[in-house]
Design a protein around this ligand. Structure first.
Ligand SMILES: Nc1ncnc2c1ncn2[C@@H]1O[C@H](COP(=O)(O)OP(=O)(O)OP(=O)(O)O)[C@@H](O)[C@H]1O
Ligand SMILES: [Mg+2]
Length: 282
């Protein structure tokens, strides 16, 4: 990994987001985390779907505490973090606390200061994470925009459904026209073939090229696979329990692809920058 001045290790901070809900973000985050951990990387998942978090469900964890106790002031991030048997660390979100679906300014400040205390040495080992994966909610709510703006790379998940493509375009449009984000990585989920994925990507990039000044980057696809819903029922990432399934092959390929990508914004790749961006996106 890239070394930086004053930073032992460079942390890749990726938000996984979508316009439309239910397109596979949480499954993608958990499976990529599993693949990265299998490759020896230190991974943290932040469940930023703050009021309807699902990461811990898919990871088979039962959190004692969650982000709501951090935002309301009693707990530190270090108190809520959980580690699974593969070493994947998870910052769980709450479930059913509707007040967290749109953080107030003061709640954002609390969250940021907690991150500041925590940054760089999240598990107390002295070694910062290689990758921070942020699972956002869907749509264009202020929380979704907020976490995407704070990340250094934005991965937009799209499926072949026209509604998913339209909503992905809407999200990219808001982030680019209102907040000057120009780089988006596109991840196509739930396709029957790579050819179908490329067609969906082409469709999205044609409209984006025509109406928005953005750079889209195809990051990979995940095939439609019943093993994914089976794995959700078993509360484990598909890659861990069905390693030879067609979706697991896709996740593995995508994880390699992500790690071999030349980063578009190297200087943004540390936790401090993430905090600064959280601050700037008020
Ligand atoms: N490649 C796939 N093949 C088959 N089913 C899939 C695939 N990807 C996701 N699914 C199914 O789609 C559903 C939604 O997945 P997931 O919860 O990961 O989406 P999400 O984008 O995180 O949703 P939300 O917007 O509600 O957070 C799940 O039931 C999952 O089993
Ligand atoms: Mg989700």
């Amino acid at each position: 990994m890239k070394r930086q001045k004053n930073e032992n290790v460079y942390t890749k901070i990726i938000s996984v987001t979508s316009g439309k809900g239910g397109v596979g973000k949480t499954n993608i985050v958990c499976n990529l985390a599993y693949c990265f951990a299998s490759m020896g990387k230190k991974v943290i998942i932040m469940d930023a779907d703050l009021s309807l978090g699902n990461v811990s469900v898919i990871m088979g964890m039962i959190p004692k505490y969650n982000i709501s106790q951090v935002i309301y002031g009693d707990k530190q991030l270090r108190d809520i973090i959980m580690t699974d048997s593969n070493g994947i660390m998870v910052l769980p979100a709450s479930s059913g606390i509707s007040e967290l679906s749109n953080l107030s300014e003061s709640q954002k400040i609390t969250l940021m200061s907690r991150f500041d205390e925590f940054a760089g040495d999240m598990d107390g080992s002295g070694r910062p994470a290689d990758i921070l994966l942020i699972d956002t909610g869907a749509g264009i709510s202020s929380n979704v925009l907020y976490f995407n703006l704070a990340a250094s790379e934005i991965y937009v998940v799209v499926t072949p459904e026209p509604t998913s493509i339209t909503d992905a375009y809407a999200l990219i449009k808001v982030l680019s026209t209102k907040y000057s984000e120009k780089y988006f990585s596109i991840l196509i989920n739930n396709v029957r073939s790579e050819k179908e994925a490329k067609e969906v990507y082409k469709h999205l990039s044609l409209v984006s090229d025509k109406f928005l000044k953005v750079n889209l980057n195809y990051i990979g696809h995940v095939l439609n696979d019943d093993n994914i819903s089976r794995s959700v029922i078993m509360q484990k990432p598909a890659s861990s329990i069905f390693p030879d399934s067609k979706s697991s092959e896709c996740f593995k390929k995508m994880a390699y692809n992500i790690l071999s990508q030349k980063d578009s914004k190297i200087s943004n790749g540390n936790i401090q920058f993430f905090l600064n961006k959280l601050l700037m996106s008020f």
